[in-house]
Ligand binder design. Sequence first.
Ligand SMILES: *[C@@H]1O[C@H](CO)[C@@H](O)[C@H](O)[C@H]1NC(C)=O
Ligand SMILES: *[C@@H]1O[C@H](CO)[C@@H](O)[C@H](O)[C@H]1NC(C)=O
Length: 394
Amino acid sequence: MAMKVAVSLISFLLLSAYVAEAQVFNVKKYGAKPNSDISKALLSAWKDACASKSRSQVVVPGGTYKLNEVLFEGPCKAPVDMKVQGTLQANGDHSAFKTDGWVTFQHIDGFSLSGGGTFDGQGAHAWSKVNCHEKRNCGRPPINIRFNYVSNAEVHDITSLNSKNFHINLLGCKSFNIQHISIVTPENSPNTDGIHIGRSNGIKILDTSIKTGDDCISMGDGTHEVDIEKVTCGPGHGISVGSLGKYPNEQPVSGIRVKNCTLRNTMNGVRIKTWPSSPGQSTASDMHFDNILMDNVGNPILIDQEYCPWGQCKLQVPSKVKISNVSFKNIRGTSTTHDAVKLVCSKSLPCENVEIGTIDLKYHGPEGAAKTTCLNIRPKFSGQQNPVTCSKKS
Ligand SMILES: *[C@@H]1O[C@H](CO)[C@@H](O)[C@H](O)[C@H]1NC(C)=O
Ligand SMILES: *[C@@H]1O[C@H](CO)[C@@H](O)[C@H](O)[C@H]1NC(C)=O
């Protein structure tokens, strides 16, 4: 009997400890109703969760809700987990936004976002009106989800749908894992990068599917230690480091590892791109691409230091971004362009220590077999290359 009492007392204590630990702030309790605007309710739930002294949970249950431009600001007293089970819909009119973020999480240490729900950016109208992809300076429509200075965080099991601009943007983030998420926009939607990382350190993107109209994953200046594994891209423009060298005072990029990924029907495969006539000098190093399947991909392997879309720069002035310590290994599949391997480095700062491992890329088209181009680079080779890379040229 005493034993039984002791056991129930212990379970009671454990249960209370558990309940105390995971305080739940459900937007329903803040007046949120399906098919209505829950901005106020969600911000109030966030405020209370963020003030909680122990780990807490913000819950958006199943259903479809309207959500305005919202900023979830930290720092919080303890880690906060946000579970979005329903669908959040943005205003389709981008001129209604004051900033370039729809849902922004900022200055938070200890955070997770999950729940199986969807962030629907309702981007179709913005795509038809905005021409940022063609202009150097333009008003930018909002990014679906922004993380500014968020650390020790995890994002998993959510969908980002039809963003007006980039889907997910990481700025100044540290120790941040993205796992098993889904990003969906049509192929013809401009500037809808799946995940953009800038000035961040220690980022993992695993087991994720990205279908979009621009880069699948892009990494800007100041990005360090990124692991991308088991990501499937396509349609879209592929996985890219850069573009770099467009602005003054850019920070170096280092430690990029892309492994076991599949690119399907993308305009490019894996690429490093830098602008010519850069206003400042910078570096990009320690970037490794390994075990990548290219299925119907244009320019599967590409270093492009003459990246100058829509004639926005002076091609004659070489890029001042130094690229070094790069490897491309176990890259196989089919190319939709004649140029299967194109390594065009800067005339003033040639690429250094680039290793080309086993490559097997096939092209079937009017120009004949797959071709390689090498400029201002002397790669090291290991394994076998098909097509033969940089034959007698460099
Ligand atoms: C990556 O692929 C290789 C070879 O197919 C396999 O041995 C390895 O376990 C894979 N790694 C991950 C993280 O899936
Ligand atoms: C490149 O790698 C070598 C060793 O292989 C290392 O000594 C050097 O510091 C690296 N350079 C950069 C810029 O990372």
